[in-house]
Design a protein around this ligand. Structure first.
Ligand code: KDG
Ligand code: MG
Length: 402
């Protein structure tokens, strides 16, 4: 079944998305997500100039071989742009295979390991009271797990806090916004939020928190320890993980579960973290880590080491990338949780998707393939507009991790 056409569609229905559409000789098409927030057009060029010319004429049914061709066959391996491009091809090929087999993709991955996918929502607020109220709001909607972010007094633009409570969309502006960071204020403030949440709602709800790479391993170890009484589901991205060994120190000092990996793009980014059992959840996601094929390799490595999956799922993962995660989540044995951020109505109209949220779980319908479409005509009404993620500086002006 030859691939006869490939098209990269860039659209911006409320935010930018890069979508790949592959068509086979019998007219079957598959869709893949290649969105790298703030660096979208680099992926477009990589796909159009370097991968698509090789892809035309290949047999769409050979998903693993095509994955290996673009991974192994490239002298310059890995990296977010390469792996998002491979991811989009991989998702589109799984979509095509599902359509050809007349089966949803999760069936091709071994079938259901669970009825539905546990997801977490996002409560954020500018004050302690607002956060408490927001958590109550998510509980009332049936969520079983909630990520909690709060503005830190004295820290400008704290990560994860937005005026719009349903979405958090950090990419904005013609140039990067400059945020500020103060570790001491953050470390003093955060445990009190979780103390208040446990006092208000008890221990039945799973609470998560994202540090967004801002601490050193020693500071992260201290935070993990101070959060232990509040039994978090996970503490995310406590320190940047280019140095995987940095997690040894955190692990030695705290039993708070650790999650990391949303910016990882290959299995080699997490081998030490997984095989030394330095983390509890691996956050790699379909769009950024080589698609469903890339995720399966990482999950298989993680399974014997008691590491579970917890795929990244913010608004910059399109409904196609989200659906790819959902099919993977339904089938993978060592599933942990899925991040789920609601897309706007406009996005949902451009990408009509076959998954539904109910009482804190996402259910997939049984459409063949990934079960997401793209309204190309509508997408064409929302042209790309450049957006940047923020950057971070300490109070003395030094650059820090955002
Ligand atoms: O593009 C960057 C966002 O996806 C990221 O800031 C979101 O950390 C994030 C999360 O956990 O969803
Ligand atoms: Mg995160």
């Amino acid at each position: 079944m030859k691939i006869t056409d490939a098209k990269v569609i860039v659209s911006s229905p409320d935010r930018n998305f890069v979508t790949l559409k592959l068509v086979t000789e019998d007219g079957t098409y598959g869709l893949g997500d290649a969105t790298v927030n703030g660096r979208e057009l680099a992926v477009v060029a990589y796909l159009q100039e370097h991968l698509i010319p090789c892809l035309i004429g290949m047999d769409a049914q050979n998903i693993e071989d095509i994955w290996q061709y673009f991974y192994r066959g490239a002298y310059w391996r890995r990296g977010p742009i390469t792996m998002a491009s491979i991811a989009a091809i991989d998702m589109a090929l799984w979509d095509i295979k599902g359509k050809l087999a007349n089966m949803p993709v999760y069936q091709l991955l071994g079938g259901k390991s669970r009825k539905a996918v546990l997801v977490y929502g996002h409560a954020n607020g500018s004050t302690e009271d607002e956060v408490v109220e927001q958590v109550g709001h998510y509980l009332a909607q049936g969520y079983k797990a909630i990520r909690v972010q709060c503005s830190v007094p004295g820290v400008q633009d704290s990560y994860g806090v937005s005026a719009d409570k349903a979405f958090y969309e950090p990419a904005a502006g013609a140039l990067p916004e400059v945020c500020s960071w103060n570790t001491a204020k953050y470390l003093d403030f955060i445990p009190g939020i979780f103390e208040k949440l446990r006092a208000t709602y008890g221990y039945d709800v799973q609470l998560l928190h994202d540090v967004h790479h801002r601490l050193t391993p020693n500071e992260a170890a201290h935070l993990g320890k101070s959060l232990e009484p509040f039994r978090l589901f996970w503490l995310e991205d406590a320190t940047p993980a280019e140095l995987q060994e940095g997690f040894r120190h955190i692990r030695r000092h705290t039993t708070t579960p650790l999650a990391v990996g949303e910016v990882f793009n290959s299995i080699y980014d997490c081998t030490t973290l997984i095989t030394e059992q330095l983390i509890d959840y691996i956050r790699t996601t379909s769009t950024h880590a080589g698609g469903i094929t890339g995720l399966r390799k990482i999950a298989a490595l993680a399974e014997p080491f008691h590491v579970k999956t917890g795929c990244h799922g913010p608004t910059d993962i399109s409904p196609i990338g989200m659906a790819a995660c959902m099919h993977f989540n339904l089938a993978v044995p060592n599933f942990g949780i899925q991040e789920f951020m609601i897309h706007t109505e406009k996005i949902n109209r451009v990408f009509p998707a076959g998954y539904t949220l109910k009482d804190g779980y996402v259910y997939l319908d049984d459409q063949p393939g990934l079960g997401v479409d793209l309204d190309e005509k509508l997408a064409g009404q929302y042209p790309y507009s450049r957006k940047y993620l923020p950057v971070n500086r300490l109070e003395d002006g030094s650059m820090w991790n955002w």
